[in-house]
Design a protein around this ligand. Structure first.
Ligand code: HEM
Length: 599
């Protein structure tokens, strides 16, 4: 199925809607002609054309009428609607596409929601959807009413060509299967990860030092994505792609003689690029709604990048399967307790104890790569960016690191647990720049959801209506976080504001999701990011943002500086495919610490 362009089945389904009115009208014309009333062919064609429109409109009308009846019976109301000006609210669709391409995340919605409510409905091309930033609703969707909300067929259809049936893209038994075989691997802190982070962190830090000696800025986002790619491939498969070994990009303004000598991408760079492209394809499908297959009539847009991704993954999977068979004399021997994980075991070693199905293994590994690699790279990018903008926070964090770990020692779990400011900096970054800024679930049945502004009249959501939720916007709401919600201030996770805002209402902070589908790698991610930050700030004492190093076409538009909040303040341009990233990278100058330096 993965090889058939997705537009073909969609066209065939659409043809049914054309054929029904054509056949019915032909039938009526034939009966009339038998009774002696011959209808001219031109009239039949005109009536058929009108029939097609009436048939389609009738279907829409019936569906909306039926929803209206169910709303009336339910005692609830549909959330307030953001209405467009054009037929089918097509102007809103165009507006969203434009915002996605050239706007700031949340543009349009933030204004409308401040006027009509934090849960709104849309009816674009006659299809209902709901968008919310309400913590009560998100709590119901993810936790208290979990069984009634799924990723759903529509979501799975546009994700399938990349995510297959992996943990991100499955429901029910398949999801439980993926989750149960992966969970033990993340269930306890494993010292082995720290060895691995340390090796890759050292290479990364040396790369920064080398670049700084040339006097040129470094793209920290590119660098940290290599760090997380090398770490992820090693802990997942036991075979690192060594992307840190290839040359790093130079600033757009650079006159370095090395800048333009590189013609071809290295294998790991080609993999990383294809991996990103495949995610861009599936996230753009999501934004086009039900119409997405019609943009892929002749080819599946994810097929090309996925060929490169698969060329990289398939030999690794084949090796792992052969090794498992060799080790176990041709039979797959499951340990007595599959929840046991050996210290030096990779995720792939662990998974082949559950299944030898290459498709299941492929999908699971790819899903975990997406889950684990880009999220941590993105968070570290925004964290380091924020430190470059808030030197006081950088100083305080560095002081904590030097006082707890010192200037050279390798941090332990206990050190990391002790560093409360480090955790607060990570959380504050995840609050302002959550890796998964938008997400969606579909109700299996008609459902009533809490209406925070009028609890006596709940919101009615028809079954299979996409309920999109944005933690990006929720994390910036002033009624949830206080008047300075858009300000970067890690102390809000440590001082009285914690007890005022977050403790009584924990669902206002959901960077890792919540409920049964909460992120499996949360602890792993905190460890990896904390470990890296300790190593970085042991080695470097100052971080400066270099605006001129970035390609001008990727800088935030100058007009944004007039806006309040982060949109007016930020010097990088946040964008998202499945996860958040800085458009054009994060170009920095990073100053090495004095060798003698300590607290
Ligand atoms: C800063 C780092 C991270 C953030 C912000 C993050 C965030 C999230 C979020 C929001 C989800 C829910 C996605 C959804 O339901 O659609 C999720 C799911 C998941 N995450 Fe993470 N994640 C991070 C790192 C990691 C790492 C390092 C791993 C593993 C190596 C990981 C593994 C997973 C898995 C397996 C799921 C799927 C859970 C399920 O559907 O049952 N994550 N993560």
């Amino acid at each position: 199925m993965r090889s058939i362009p997705p537009g073909i089945p969609a066209l065939l389904r659409g043809l049914v809607n054309l054929v029904i009115p054509i056949v019915v009208i032909l039938g009526i014309a034939r009966i009339l002609s038998r009774w002696g009333y011959a209808v001219p062919t031109s009239a039949i064609i005109i009536i058929q054309s009108i029939g097609i429109i009436v048939f389609a409109a009738g279907q829409v009308w019936f569906r909306l009428w039926h929803i209206g009846k169910r709303v009336a019976r339910s005692g609830g109301v549909m959330p307030p609607r953001w209405k467009g000006q054009r037929i089918g609210d097509a102007d809103l669709l165009l507006e969203f596409m434009e915002i996605w391409k050239n706007g700031y995340l949340g543009d349009g919605f933030t204004d409308v929601m401040s006027k009509i409510g934090h849960t709104i409905s849309l009816r674009i091309l006659w299809d209902d959807s709901v968008v919310t930033t309400d913590a009560n609703i998100i709590k119901s969707v993810l936790a208290t009413d979990f069984n009634n909300f799924v990723k759903g067929e529509q979501f799975q259809a546009f994700m399938y060509s990349v995510l297959g049936t992996g943990v991100f893209n499955s429901d029910g038994d398949m999801w439980k299967f993926h989750r149960s075989m992966t969970r033990p691997f993340f269930s306890r802190d494993r010292i082995g990860h720290f060895d691995l982070f340390d090796r890759h962190a050292e290479v990364t830090i040396n790369k920064i030092k080398e670049r700084m000696k040339t006097g040129e800025a470094i793209d920290f986002q590119d660098l940290i994505s290599r760090f997380t790619l090398d770490s992820a491939t090693e802990f997942l498969f036991g075979s690192c792609v060594h992307s840190l070994e290839s040359d790093l990009p130079y600033p757009s303004s650079s006159s370095s003689p090395f800048k333009s000598t590189k013609k071809e991408l290295s294998r790991p760079e080609a993999f990383a690029k294809a991996f990103q492209e495949s995610q861009e394809v599936i996230s753009s499908r999501g934004r086009t709604g039900w119409a997405w297959p019609f943009f892929e009539i002749f080819s599946d847009k994810s097929a090309k990048p996925m060929r490169i991704v698969d060329d990289f993954l398939d030999p690794i999977l084949k090796d792992a399967l052969e090794k498992a068979k060799r080790d176990q004399d041709g039979r797959l021997i499951k340990k007595d307790n599959p929840d046991e994980v050996d210290e030096d075991e990779t995720l792939l070693d662990h998974l082949v104890r559950f299944t030898t199905d290459p498709v299941v293994l492929h999908d699971e590994i790819l899903n975990i790569m997406i889950a684990g690699r880009d999220t941590t790279a993105g968070t570290l990018t925004f964290l380091v960016y924020l430190l470059s903008q808030y030197p006081q926070a950088l100083l305080k964090l560095r002081q904590e690191i030097l006082s707890v770990v010192g200037p050279t020692r390798r941090p332990t779990y206990d050190d990391i647990r002790e560093m409360k400011f480090l955790r607060a900096v990570i959380n504050e970054t995840l609050r302002l720049f959550p890796s998964v800024p938008f997400n969606v679930r579909y109700p299996v049945q008609d459902v009533l959801l809490p209406n925070t502004s009028d609890p006596s009249t709940p919101f009615f959501i028809p079954k299979m209506t996409p309920v999109a939720y944005s933690v990006w916007m929720m994390h910036r709401r002033t009624d949830y976080w206080g008047p300075d919600a858009e300000e970067f201030d890690p102390d809000r996770f440590l001082d009285e504001r914690l007890h005022k805002y977050l403790t009584p209402n924990p669902f206002i902070f959901l960077p890792f999701n919540a409920g049964p589908r909460i992120c499996l790698g949360q602890q792993f991610a905190y460890n990896e990011m904390s470990f890296f930050m300790v190593r970085l700030l042991q080695n470097f004492s100052n971080i400066t943002f270099d605006p001129l190093a970035q390609d001008p076409s990727t800088r935030p538009p100058a007009a944004w500086s007039k806006f309040p909040g982060r949109k007016g303040k930020d010097k990088i341009y946040p964008k998202a495919h499945l996860t958040l990233y800085a458009h054009g990278g994060l170009w920095l100058n990073i100053e090495e610490a004095e060798a003698s330096e300590s607290v």
